[in-house]
Design a protein around this ligand. Structure first.
Ligand code: PLP
Length: 443
């Protein structure tokens, strides 16, 4: 196809579409891609060029695009039931998915995740979890209107989820509209802080402890991204912080919410990132990889203790008054169910752990570039920091990688690598090889 194909579509796009998190005065400068089809880890544009999907189409792909077993599951579901409300009705894929999810949930100690509430995407699940936590406090004694959030956190872009985020660029504008929060220090090592991960985690835990000593009575929940603050630049941190946060939440009668939107469903080499610390949260949020990257669906897993606080006679109004039209859409649920079953059958979490080790080995070679100022990784999520080079060095590196057939996205001056969990070794070489050449070209 002639190159003019994508140019024409981009003109139509610019005339009609408003894209997320996008400054439209520069939209066409960054050479957006008109994606036409995809297969496995490959994306094809409308001009016939192919790109290795190095960010799993925004961190969602598990097996890759077009996995036949998942395609079939969606088709079979479509032939039976496209949609039905989850109000006063239920359906098999919704029930089976809840059972399957609970069977994977982190365990340990007396706390057990026993119920699943469905939502549409990461932000809407966070929103549901925040409301649940506040209502739980109201219905178990006393309204606690305060949330503890972490510096550098990202939990989504709806008003509740923005309230508990800590990335200035995304959150500052909306401050007058937000929930009541207090900010705890980030446990991650970043900005070239020299301290080691265990020390950074201990310092942040001490900060959280003094915050809870001051405000604990008012706090209904502490919300964290377990092990990795993803959108801030794949800021990994030590598991000891989660153990401390779990203990502090317990000591002060607050809930612990683990937002596993980015890190869950095998991404860190464990089914759930909370497993790295052996903790069980009161509320666990899953999204992104849940449907293998096919359809929008998310879930809040809640302990029976939380769930039971919502039981009562209708007149008591203890009901969780929350839910959206497409809650637990059967097609989405069928995709997620097929994904989770296939992950179990094909031992994808173990394979992701192994892929992560390989990715780490390959990335280590990039330290030969002076421009590489840091590399962080956990499982199959990694970031390579590149030195400042005027404006938008990360963008320049990603453009150079794209010219080499590899699709990456920057977060500031960090280049994020989050390929599908089923990426093959030769594809991993291609991924890192292209980044290596791209860095050499730009610096
Ligand atoms: N929570 C975390 C940890 C995320 O990384 C994201 C998105 O990247 C969200 C929540 C929001 O999810 P969504 O974009 O599906 O609303």
């Amino acid at each position: 196809m002639p190159k003019t194909e994508s140019a024409a579509w981009l003109q139509r796009d610019a005339a009609a579409v408003w894209h997320p998190f996008t400054q439209h005065s520069r939209w066409l400068d960054d050479e957006p891609t008109v994606v036409e089809r995809a297969e496995g880890p490959w994306l094809y544009d409308i001009d016939g060029n192919r790109y290795l999907d190095g960010v799993s189409s925004l961190w969602v792909t598990t097996f890759g695009h077009g996995e036949p077993a998942i395609n079939d599951a969606i088709r079979e579901q479509l032939a039976r039931l496209d949609h039905a409300t989850f109000l006063g009705a239920t359906h098999r894929p919704g029930i089976e998915l809840a059972e399957e999810l609970l069977s994977t949930a982190p365990t340990g100690g007396e706390r057990a995740l026993g119920k699943v509430f469905f939502a549409g995407d990461g932000s809407s699940a966070v929103e549901a979890a925040l409301k649940m936590a506040y209502q739980y406090s109201v219905q178990t004694g006393r309204a606690r209107p305060l949330f503890v959030r972490l510096a550098e956190a990202y939990h989504g872009d709806t008003l509740g989820s923005v309230s508990v985020g800590g990335i200035g660029l995304f959150h500052a504008t909306y401050k007058p509209l937000l929930l009541k929060t207090v900010e705890a220090p980030s446990p991650a090592v970043f900005d070239r802080r020299t301290t080691d991960p265990a020390t950074a985690a201990a310092e942040a835990a001490a900060g959280l402890e003094s915050l809870m000593a001051e405000h604990g009575d008012e706090v209904c929940a502490i919300i964290v991204e377990p092990m990795v603050q993803a959108a801030a630049g794949i800021l990994t941190y030590d598991a000891s912080y989660l153990t401390a946060a779990r203990a502090l939440a317990d000591r002060h009668g607050a809930l612990l919410i683990c937002d596993e939107v980015a890190v869950g469903v095998g991404r860190t080499g464990r089914m759930w990132a909370s497993e790295h610390a052996g903790i069980v949260p009161d509320l666990l949020i899953a999204a992104k990889g849940l449907t293998a990257g096919y359809l929008p669906l998310s879930a809040v897993l809640a302990t029976d203790e939380v769930y039971n606080a919502f039981l009562g006679a209708p007149a008591e109004a203890r009901t969780f008054f929350h839910g959206h039209t497409y809650t637990a859409n059967p097609l989405c649920a069928a995709a997620a169910l097929a994904n989770l079953r296939l992950m179990r059958e094909r031992e994808l979490v173990k394979r992701a752990d192994e892929l992560g080790v390989l990715l780490g080995e390959r990335l280590a070679a990039l330290t030969r570039h002076e421009a590489v100022t840091g590399i962080r990784r956990l499982g199959v999520m990694a970031a390579v920091d590149v030195a400042d080079k005027g404006e938008r060095a990360g963008v320049a590196v990603c453009k150079a990688a794209k010219r080499r057939g590899v699709w990456l996205r920057p977060l500031g001056n960090s280049v994020v690598l989050m390929p599908p969990l089923a990426l093959r070794p030769e594809e991993t070489d291609l991924l890192v090889g292209a980044l290596d050449e791209a860095i050499a070209e730009v610096y």
